[in-house]
Design a protein around this ligand. Structure first.
Ligand SMILES: *Cc1c(COP(=O)(O)O)cnc(C)c1O
Ligand code: SF4
Length: 373
């Protein structure tokens, strides 16, 4: 229905009379293209395999064809808990019938997820011990992180918050009130990080309300947005969205999340350029992932694509040891070697900091490169 409305042209609309027309026009206005794309996103392994021509190739390894082994049942349970989710724009950047596509590997559930590996836990970064107020985490001085909502536009299989109890976060602005009041009382907090989930899933109206609330707290100077939407759903980067941040008293900083150079093409590259041209600083964080971006060549290409668009590589994260993600881990020695080699090939500003999150530390812990130790 929505799709039909969106493709309906003006002539068609003018043939509809009176009240009916008003209803159609407002419906069109209320559902932005990015929300339509999100609601049409792929949400099952079967649909994903069909779309990419992978049914035959992958049937042994995952739930393309549900079989009855114990492993398949465990996998089905895992997928149910953290379902497949991937929008068309991100899919378009994958190579069809290529089971090792680096973008596909980030979102494809596999039977390896159900392996129990010692040291891999539900809450590896101890978010549960960093609660400042409901929906707000504080681990580091001067900045606090708001879990704005649990939804994302993509489900990354290595996500360290895949088990986060999002239902405990406030929902409406009224529910946020007590937590915002706690922020109001703590003048040491200068920067708010909107996180989640993905904060840009909020529509412009709700974002505007949230920004206004934060603007009303004098000691807050900066608003940071941690979002993967510019990468996986670039149509979210509208003029209206950028305007919200350009016009705010708060200094905006966007931190995006791209792991592989193949992500930074076409509509995604254009969206990043739009954010940068709007005068908003944009930084990238990546996660070091086995078989996806664990070579110097791939990291170099990623960094070059980013800086050519004016996006600064910020962090390269060592994987957080969340249950189900062990097969993505790269050893630290490899990570250090990659960083050392990047330092020889790229301008200083283009080399990300290689970090790991250690619960209880005052900030992310930098993994010193061999050259410096
Ligand atoms: C990573 C993180 C931050 C941001 O740290 P920066 O080093 O400033 O990027 C803030 N709060 C929490 C809870 C974090 O995990
Ligand atoms: S976009 Fe970020 S929060 Fe969402 S699933 Fe991916 S890594 Fe996790």
């Amino acid at each position: 229905m929505i799709k039909n409305l969106a493709t309906m042209n003006k002539t068609a609309l003018s043939n509809i009379s009176g009240d009916q027309k008003t209803i159609f026009v407002t419906t069109l206005e209320q559902i932005p293209a990015w929300q339509q794309e999100l609601s049409n996103a792929i949400r099952s392994v079967d649909a994903l395999c069909d779309r990419l021509g992978l049914q035959e190739i992958l049937s042994d390894n995952l739930g393309c064809h549900a079989e009855n082994s114990d492993n398949d049942q465990l996998l089905s349970a895992a997928i149910k808990q953290f379902p497949v989710l991937v929008p068309e724009s991100f899919l378009k950047r994958m190579t069809p019938a290529e089971p090792n596509d680096p973008l596909l590997l980030q979102i494809l559930p596999t039977s390896q997820e159900v392996n129990k590996v010692p040291g891999y836990t539900q809450d590896p970064v101890k978010d549960s011990q960093a609660s400042f107020a409901p929906g707000i985490l504080q681990k580091y001085q001067g900045r606090a992180l708001m879990i704005t909502l649990g939804q994302c536009a993509v489900h990354c299989r290595y996500c360290f918050r895949r088990n986060y109890p999002y239902q405990q976060s406030p929902k409406s602005l009224e529910q946020w009130e007590p937590s915002l009041n706690k922020l109001r009382e703590d003048s040491r907090i200068e920067e708010i990080i909107l996180s989640g989930g993905d904060p840009l899933i909020l529509n412009d109206h709700r974002l505007e309300q949230l920004i206004q609330q934060l603007e009303s707290i004098d000691h807050i100077k900066r608003i940071r947005v941690h979002s993967r939407l510019p990468i996986v759903l670039p149509s979210r980067v509208t003029e209206g969205l950028l305007k919200l941040f350009q016009e705010s008293r708060l200094q905006p900083i966007f931190v995006i999340h791209a792991n592989h150079p193949n992500e930074i093409v076409d509509d995604c590259a254009e969206a990043l350029r739009r954010i940068v041209r709007a005068g908003i600083p944009v930084l990238n964080q990546a996660v070091l992932l086995k078989g996806i971006n664990d070579t110097t060549e791939t990291q170099e290409k990623l960094c070059r694509r980013l800086i050519n668009l004016g996006v600064m590589p910020y962090y390269l994260h060592q994987l957080d040891r969340v249950e189900g993600a062990a097969h993505f881990e790269v050893d630290v020695a490899t990570g250090k070697k990659i960083i050392d080699e990047l330092k020889q090939k790229l301008p200083g500003y283009a080399v990300p900091k290689y970090v790991r999150e250690i619960p209880g530390e005052a900030g992310k812990t930098e993994l010193q490169s061999q050259a410096g130790s």
